[in-house]
Design a protein around this ligand. Structure first.
Ligand SMILES: Nc1nc2c(ncn2[C@@H]2O[C@H](COP(=O)(O)OP(=O)(O)OP(=O)(O)O)[C@@H](O)[C@H]2O)c(=O)[nH]1
Length: 378
C-alpha cells in the first residue's frame, strides 16, 4: 500500500473514532441529565455536593478523552479506539451512580446496556464477557446490603432483578460474539478484496507498459511517443523549441538479407543501446517503425540537436553487435525544431524531408530543415 493511501486510511479511521467518541460523550450527557432528574425527583440519596463533584469528574474525563483523540495520543495505544477504558469508566460511574439511588435503581439497569453496547462491536469476546461480569458484580454488590436486610416479597423482587440482569447480560455476550464473528469475516473479505485490487492495479500497470513499449528494443513505441510529444507541445512556451529527429539505419535490408532477420534484430537492439548511452535522460527516443527511430529533445536549439545527432551517428558507426561480423553500421538523420505554434505532424513532415535529404546525400549523415531559414543543412 502506498504511503499516501496509508495516511488517508489512518485519517479516515481517526475521524471514525472521533465520531464514535462523540456518540459516547452524547450518551454521557444524557445519563448525567437522568442522574440530575433522579436528584430533583428525590430518588438520589447522595446529596448535591457529591452529585456535583461526580458530574464534574465524569465530564472532565470526557474532555480528557476528547483531547487524547484530537491530539492523536490514542494512536500510541494497542487499541486506538480506547474502547476498554471508556467502557470501564462508564461501568464504574454507573455503579457509583446507582449505589446512591433508592429502590428506583432497578429502572436504571438499562444504562448498563447502553455502556456495554459500545464494547459489543469492538472488544474481543473474552474481554467483553469480563466487562459484563464486572457490571453484574457491581450491581450485585450495590444490591447486597438491601438483599441481606430484606425479607419476603422484597427478597423475591431483588432476586428477580439480579436474575433478569444476569440473563440479559448473557444474551449480550452471545450477541457480541456473533457480531465479532461477523466482523472478522467481513474483515477477511475486505483484505482479500484489497489484495485483488492491488493485483489488478499491478496488471494494469504491466499492460500500460506493454502497450507503450517496443518489445524488441525496449524503447517506447510510436503511439507512446506521439502521446508524450503532443503533451510536451501543449506545454511548450513561445520562447522554447523541441528538437525532433527522424533516424533511419542505412542499408538495413542488406543486413537482413545477408545475415538473417535475427542479425537485423540484434542491430536494432545495438542501436537502442548506443542511443541509450549517448542521449540524456531528458531526451526521448522511440522506435517509429521498422528500422526508423524518432528523437524528441527537450529545451533544444539547432546547435544542440545537431551536436546530439552527430554524436549518435558517430557512436553508431563504431558499434559492433555482439556475435555479428558485419560491414560498418551507419545511420541517417533528419532534424528540425518543433515550435509551440505548429502541429507535431508539420514538424514530422519537415524532419522526414530532411531525412530524405540525408539519404539522397549518400547516407551516414545528418541533415536539417529548420522552419525559419527554409534551407537544409547537410
Ligand atoms: N530484422 C528486422 N528487420 C526489420 C524489422 N522491421 C523492419 N525490418 C526490415 O527493415 C528493412 C527496411 O528496408 P528499407 O526500407 O529498404 O531500408 P534500408 O535497406 O535501410 O535502405 P535505406 O533506408 O534506404 O538505407 C526491410 O527489409 C524490413 O523487412 C525488424 O523488426 N527486424
Amino acid at each position: 500500500m502506498s504511503l499516501q493511501r496509508q495516511s488517508n486510511n489512518t485519517h479516515a479511521m481517526q475521524t471514525l473514532r472521533l465520531r464514535r467518541f462523540a456518540l459516547a460523550a452524547a450518551s454521557y450527557v444524557l445519563v448525567v441529565a437522568i442522574v440530575w432528574a433522579t436528584y430533583f425527583t428525590g430518588h438520589y440519596r447522595g446529596g448535591l455536593a457529591l452529585l456535583s463533584w461526580s458530574t464534574m469528574l465524569a465530564l472532565s474525563l470526557q474532555v480528557l478523552l476528547y483531547v487524547a483523540f484530537a491530539r492523536g495520543w490514542n494512536l500510541r495505544c494497542a487499541d486506538p479506539s480506547l474502547t476498554l477504558p471508556q467502557v470501564l469508566l462508564g461501568l464504574a460511574w454507573q455503579t457509583f451512580f446507582i449505589s446512591q439511588l433508592d429502590e428506583s435503581r432497578g429502572s436504571m439497569l438499562v444504562i448498563y446496556f447502553l455502556i456495554l453496547l459500545f464494547g459489543a462491536f469492538e472488544l474481543a469476546p473474552r474481554v467483553f464477557s469480563a466487562c459484563c461480569a464486572l457490571a453484574f458484580i457491581g450491581f450485585a454488590g450495590v444490591q447486597l446490603p438491601g438483599f441481606l436486610a430484606s425479607s419476603g416479597s422484597e427478597t423475591v423482587g431483588l432476586s428477580l432483578d439480579l436474575l433478569v440482569f444476569a440473563a440479559v447480560l448473557g444474551w449480550l455476550v452471545f450477541f457480541a460474539s456473533y457480531v465479532q464473528r461477523l466482523r472478522a469475516r467481513m474483515k477477511m473479505r475486505r483484505t482479500a478484496l484489497q489484495a485483488h485490487q492491488e493485483t489488478l492495479r499491478g496488471m494494469m500497470r504491466q499492460l500500460q507498459d506493454l502497450a507503450s513499449t517496443d518489445e524488441l528494443t525496449g524503447l517506447c513505441n510510436r503511439r507512446a511517443f506521439v502521446k508524450v510529444a503532443e503533451q510536451e507541445l501543449k506545454h511548450l512556451s513561445t520562447q522554447e523549441q523541441l528538437g525532433l529527429a527522424l533516424i533511419d539505419l542505412d542499408y538495413f535490408k542488406r543486413i537482413n538479407d545477408q545475415f538473417g532477420h535475427d542479425a537485423g534484430d540484434r542491430v536494432l537492439q545495438t542501436f537502442a543501446a548506443v542511443a541509450g548511452a549517448c542521449l540524456r535522460e531528458n531526451d526521448l527516443l522511440a522506435r517509429y517503425g521498422g528500422e526508423e527511430f524518432v528523437l524528441l529533445m527537450r529545451d533544444a536549439s539547432q546547435d544542440r540537436l545537431d551536436a546530439c545527432c552527430e554524436r549518435l551517428r558517430e557512436a553508431f558507426t563504431q558499434a559492433e553487435p555482439v556475435g555479428l561480423i558485419c560491414p560498418q553500421l551507419s545511420l541517417s538523420a533528419g532534424m528540425t525544431l518543433l515550435y509551440a505554434d505548429e502541429s507535431l505532424d508539420q514538424a514530422l513532415k519537415r524532419a522526414d524531408q530532411a531525412l530524405y535529404d540525408a539519404k539522397a546525400n549518400g547516407r551516414n549523415c545528418c541533415c536539417a530543415r529548420w522552419r525559419d531559414t527554409a534551407h537544409a543543412r547537410t
